[in-house]
Write a protein that binds this ligand. Structure first.
Ligand SMILES: C[S@@+](CC[C@H](N)C(=O)[O-])C[C@H]1O[C@@H](n2cnc3c(N)ncnc32)[C@H](O)[C@@H]1O
Length: 176
């Protein structure tokens, strides 16, 4: 049997977190990922690799058009300190489109995702659901996030660009 030459190689994204350290370390999802070597924590902007920065204040929505990035980067800090000015990292800043949290603290609430949920969502939109599952597998509620967002994540991953993602997002916002 000959290999299917139309298949493209899966991209191995680096998973990075600019770690601010002002949130409860016991509940911090980024620290837990790092303890399993599933993410690298960085203590300064300068030390954080360039990539797609997951920033809820960004003007542009994340889409498969960003999938050529090498790294996916989140900022782990408390939501109290997560104002626009905190996102001073160099990189391509993108907001995640409408998704709901699966974690017990914010269950069912849109947009305010934990760091692991945000990273997993980005990986799904880039077609790497396997990597997303790997990250979420370390959390008892991890799979709930994928179940709750199965349809929107699948639809966002099929979009060509940010404009299409925003169009689909609007359908979910209109249902709120
Ligand atoms: C504010 S921190 C809170 C982290 C929490 N302490 C934890 O342990 O997971 C969550 C980070 O996930 C990313 N994030 C969450 N929701 C997002 C959204 N709607 N759009 C883009 N990034 C988002 C951002 O990098 C954000 O700073």
């Amino acid at each position: 049997m000959t290999a299917d030459t139309t298949e493209t190689a899966a991209v191995e994204y680096g998973v990075h977190v600019r770690y601010e350290g002002d949130d409860d370390p016991e509940k911090c999802t980024a620290r837990k990922l790092a303890s399993f070597d599933l993410a690298e924590l960085h203590r300064s902007d300068r030390a954080t690799p360039y990539g797609v920065v997951l920033n809820p204040h960004a003007d542009r929505a994340l889409s498969p058009a960003d999938a050529d990035a090498s790294n996916v980067v989140a900022l782990d800090c408390s939501w109290e300190s997560a104002g626009e000015a905190m996102f001073s990292l160099p990189g391509e800043h993108r907001a995640l489109p409408y998704l709901v949290a699966g974690n017990p603290v914010n269950f069912g609430r849109p947009m305010q995702l934990t760091t692991v949920e945000a990273l997993a969502a980005a990986l799904c939109i880039f077609g790497r659901e396997d990597r997303a599952e790997e990250l979420l597998s370390k959390f008892t509620w991890g799979h709930t996030f994928l179940e709750l967002n199965e349809e929107p994540l699948r639809r966002y991953a099929d979009c060509a660009d940010s404009a299409e993602v925003v169009e689909i997002q609007q359908e979910y916002l209109d249902r709120e």
